[in-house]
Design a protein around this ligand. Structure first.
Ligand SMILES: *Cc1c(COP(=O)(O)O)cnc(C)c1O
Length: 483
């Protein structure tokens, strides 16, 4: 009978097998299709063999899982995955996650995991400073991702709007609280509004201007109208790097509007926060240091494995007021420590949780800010190449951002969504399509991978060209050749 704890020899073989498989994935990933041929029946068939009545040898179980992931997933670490901000994970990040699984620190009570808690605090302070927060007023918490960080922000905004919110909930609000977001903001804010008991009707989705940015005057006017009608604008969310278009809102301008209305100002920089690591792009984030809170995802532009979102705030008390509840069974031995020891469970919507910060700590310790700047600069350069090659091949770039995300349309009327689908089906690359405010579709291609090279970008352009030609001739349109 197999046991939960394997014997020394079997364990040694297991670790070797796992490491070997991770190396093979790293080395051979660019040789496979980026996206799988979707086939739910075959996956369920293979799984149906597992009734768990009897155990199996570890090596067979690992083989089954490895083959499943090779075969049935979009390979987001693939250099020709031009997708949804999902990176190739850093080597140190993978090592960090593996070590965390083994040591399994419990980050709820500080005194259970003082090292892990202090590593995360140290990272929060370092990141806060990168975003221009004053050194003596930085707080924050690691989250599962940007969605949880945005949810945390909405809860902080409510707590900030009324000190009674923590006990009375939205019933504490004299007038209807409203949140303001751009039409291109991430829908996790809508979800957060629902989860906070506000409901999605409390979110004012404000139209973007011709550059796909939220215009401060438009938001200001909406807030004034709503206030005159007896509502309470409590929060304004600027997006730094919109998910669909990569565009960065006018952060300073929106911050001024939020302050004028006494609304909590949150900057969702889940992906676009990368600009804070590049001196040449930093000015894109002008004003972010004045934001009440910031969302940033280490598992996007900092390329850690999944599950590393970050919430930052310049209000050192707000997380405590938002999340602290008294729990008798939680250990209090940390109270003997001098200084501002923080129990992570009192700063987060999670309780027992993983040591999320280690994968970032190890990545940053080894690469340094310089190493990250180099990787991000490379991605920006690949984005520029993508735009250049796309234009040369007759595509129009319809978004305006220095970040490496291009929205492409075809002047000749071939449907962009169909082109994106054909590219994905070919297995040669992965791109998606988005709907522009005009109603037209655009191909969305984003450099999310520090390993993407010029040849990968060129391969994407070629693949897009083939798909367009096939669709163009199928619909009787003129076939084009490369300019
Ligand atoms: C990805 C993204 C989110 C959600 O983050 P998750 O890490 O997927 O939870 C929120 N906001 C923006 C702008 C994003 O790009």
């Amino acid at each position: 009978m197999m046991k939960l704890d394997l014997d020394t020899a079997t364990r040694g073989d297991l670790w070797q097998q796992v490491v070997g498989e991770m190396e093979r994935y790293h080395d051979q990933i660019s040789e496979v299709r980026v996206a799988p041929v979707l086939d739910i029946g075959s996956i369920r068939d293979r799984l149906s063999a597992f009734d768990f009545e009897r155990g199996m040898p570890p090596s067979e179980a690992v083989c089954f899982a490895v083959n499943g992931m090779w075969r049935d997933q979009v390979h987001t670490p693939h250099p020709r995955y031009f997708g949804l901000f999902n990176p190739a994970p850093t080597s140190m990040g993978i090592a960090g996650d593996a070590l965390v699984a083994a040591f399994n620190p419990q980050i709820a009570a500080w005194s259970h995991s003082p090292f892990a808690s202090e590593v995360e605090r140290h990272l929060i302070l370092a990141l806060g400073r990168r975003f221009g927060y004053p050194g003596d007023a930085i707080d924050g918490v690691f989250a599962s991702g940007g969605a949880e960080a945005n949810h945390t922000a909405v809860l902080c905004a409510l707590t900030h709007a009324s000190p009674r919110f923590a006990r009375e909930g939205v019933r504490a609000m004299a007038s209807s609280p409203l949140l303001y977001v751009s039409a291109l903001s991430h829908d996790s804010v809508l979800k957060a509004a629902r989860l906070c008991g506000l409901g999605t009707d409390a979110v004012r989705i404000v139209a973007v201007d011709s550059r796909l940015r939220l215009a401060p005057e438009t938001v200001g006017a909406a807030m004034e109208r709503d206030r005159a009608a007896g509502n309470a604008p409590i929060m304004l969310v600027a997006t730094a790097g919109s998910t669909s278009a990569g565009v960065i809102d006018d952060i300073a301008g929106l911050g001024a509007i939020a302050r004028r209305h006494g609304a909590w100002f949150h900057v969702d920089a889940a992906w676009g926060g990368m600009a804070a690591l590049l001196p040449e792009l930093y000015s894109l984030l002008d004003g972010i240091g004045q934001a009440d809170s910031i969302t940033f995802d280490a598992h996007k532009s900092l390329s850690t494995p999944m599950g590393a979102g970050i919430f930052l705030t310049r209000h050192p008390d707000i997380l405590e007021h938002t999340f602290r509840v008294n729990a008798d069974y939680m250990p209090r031995d940390g109270a003997s420590q001098a200084g501002n020891m923080i129990d992570p469970f009192a700063h987060s919507m999670q309780w027992s949780r993983r040591f999320t910060g280690l994968k970032l700590f190890l990545s940053l310790a080894v690469a340094g800010w310089e190493g990250y700047a180099g990787a991000l600069r490379h991605q920006v350069a690949m984005g520029e190449r993508l735009c250049r090659q796309a234009r040369a091949d007759g595509w129009k770039v319809v978004n305006d951002t220095p970040l490496p995300l291009a929205l492409l349309t075809d002047g000749g009327g071939v449907d962009a969504a169909a082109v994106a689908q054909a590219v994905v089906a070919s297995g040669e690359a992965w791109v998606s399509s988005v709907r522009l405010p005009s109603g037209a579709a655009a191909i969305r291609a984003c450099i999310t991978n520090y390993r993407t090279q010029p040849a990968d970008v060129d391969a994407l352009i070629a693949s897009l060209g083939r798909a367009r030609a096939a669709l163009g001739s199928a619909s009787g349109g003129a076939q084009r050749t490369r300019a």
